[in-house]
Design a protein around this ligand. Sequence first.
Ligand SMILES: *[C@@H]1O[C@H](CO)[C@@H](O)[C@H](O)[C@H]1NC(C)=O
Ligand SMILES: *[C@@H]1O[C@H](CO)[C@@H](O)[C@H](O)[C@H]1NC(C)=O
Ligand SMILES: *[C@@H]1O[C@H](CO)[C@@H](O)[C@H](O)[C@H]1NC(C)=O
Ligand SMILES: *[C@@H]1O[C@H](CO)[C@@H](O)[C@H](O)[C@H]1NC(C)=O
Ligand SMILES: *[C@@H]1O[C@H](CO)[C@@H](O)[C@H](O)[C@H]1NC(C)=O
Ligand SMILES: *[C@@H]1O[C@H](CO)[C@@H](O)[C@H](O)[C@H]1NC(C)=O
Ligand SMILES: *[C@@H]1O[C@H](CO)[C@@H](O)[C@H](O)[C@H]1NC(C)=O
Ligand SMILES: *[C@@H]1O[C@H](CO)[C@@H](O)[C@H](O)[C@H]1NC(C)=O
Ligand SMILES: *[C@@H]1O[C@H](CO)[C@@H](O)[C@H](O)[C@H]1NC(C)=O
Length: 315
Amino acid sequence: MGFLRVSIVLALWTVAVSGVTVQDYFPTLENNVTQIRWAHAVNNQKFLNNTLYNDAINMIEGDVVFGTLTSDTKTKLPIMAHPPNDTSDLSLADFLAQVLKYDTNENYNATYKGVKLDFKSIEALTSYLAFSNIKTYTDAFPIWINADIFNGPDNGVATVDAKAFFTAVKSVANTSLSLGWATGYNTTNPNITAYDSDQTKQMSDAITENDVSVPITFAVRAVYAAESIESLTGLLKIHDNSTLTIWSSDGDKVNVTNLRSLIFAVGLDKTFIDVPDDLLSQLNLDDTSGASLIKMSWVSLLTALVLFFRNVRYN
Ligand SMILES: *[C@@H]1O[C@H](CO)[C@@H](O)[C@H](O)[C@H]1NC(C)=O
Ligand SMILES: *[C@@H]1O[C@H](CO)[C@@H](O)[C@H](O)[C@H]1NC(C)=O
Ligand SMILES: *[C@@H]1O[C@H](CO)[C@@H](O)[C@H](O)[C@H]1NC(C)=O
Ligand SMILES: *[C@@H]1O[C@H](CO)[C@@H](O)[C@H](O)[C@H]1NC(C)=O
Ligand SMILES: *[C@@H]1O[C@H](CO)[C@@H](O)[C@H](O)[C@H]1NC(C)=O
Ligand SMILES: *[C@@H]1O[C@H](CO)[C@@H](O)[C@H](O)[C@H]1NC(C)=O
Ligand SMILES: *[C@@H]1O[C@H](CO)[C@@H](O)[C@H](O)[C@H]1NC(C)=O
Ligand SMILES: *[C@@H]1O[C@H](CO)[C@@H](O)[C@H](O)[C@H]1NC(C)=O
Ligand SMILES: *[C@@H]1O[C@H](CO)[C@@H](O)[C@H](O)[C@H]1NC(C)=O
């Protein structure tokens, strides 16, 4: 019995198609995914309203906590909030329903939205995975499931156990995974270290052991990623089609030169950038000097083609 069940689960896991990917959803941007624009920490109704109707935004990032709504402080459910907060005026179910309504309303002539959900606990994740209408969402728009499953730089302590995470997400194979390491950061006296090779190996081994076949992105904090070119490019090489997502907190002291080197080493087609605007402008991604010439000539060629077809379509 046990064996049969395991076999069926494994079979489903292997054949499952991977839902809507971000690259499929924004095809004109797929050769340079650094163009995809993010709204970060969209954890309340007002911010969600503003984000949905902001045509500059492609991806909405929000944090999910197992907590309570301000309107009902008794019932626990997955809500949009960032710890230490555990109440919100917006539940995860409401958040997803509103994105679905927005993305499927043909009367809008606007930018569709994809979603990245940063789950802050295993309870938040498993209660999302138990939504009876989850397939309606995963079939309609890209949803990344993110969690910090391993300890990371500056004594970060994982918020979701890796084993429990991979077991949980197997029930909904049709979705992309965003895998991260927890990070610490001392704003008065930052301890700027790197994602070391032990940390990337731990991640890599877990992916292999769990036979992950859905698209993977590695979520890394800019300030530490900038110091980790070797370990991160190594990790991406091991896992076919995996990508990097660079995020940052306001005020992090990022070495911009090194971060640019990382982005061009990984490639503009494989690096999502969800950072505050001031860091984004400092990255100066128009300037390709210092980037690998061979890689760039391909990217330029593809971009020229994309721009060409885009013009054809719009004119
Ligand atoms: C995965 O998503 C696609 C649409 O993107 C859908 O056609 C398919 O039925 C889904 N598969 C599963 C197992 O949910
Ligand atoms: C969000 O938008 C809806 C519909 O447009 C509106 O009814 C609601 O009052 C808005 N909420 C906030 C907090 O702005
Ligand atoms: C907690 O909620 C308050 C009020 O909504 C907000 O101002 C604050 O930024 C939130 N804290 C975090 C860590 O998100
Ligand atoms: C819809 O968007 C296209 C392309 O940006 C624009 O040319 C067109 O005027 C828009 N139509 C409406 C009704 O806003
Ligand atoms: C700095 O971070 C490293 C790991 O990234 C950790 O081993 C070390 O203890 C930290 N140093 C201090 C002073 O916290
Ligand atoms: C941050 O660094 C300062 C100065 O070294 C230290 O006094 C403080 O305790 C540190 N804060 C944390 C949370 O580690
Ligand atoms: C990687 O992408 C290529 C092209 O889209 C595809 O043929 C291949 O199966 C993918 N590999 C994995 C492991 O997903
Ligand atoms: C960034 O790192 C490089 C090489 O590690 C170093 O030479 C440079 O001084 C650093 N830049 C800043 C602003 O710290
Ligand atoms: C890629 O996108 C960035 C915006 O994020 C832009 O500055 C850069 O010029 C683009 N590069 C290419 C080669 O398309």
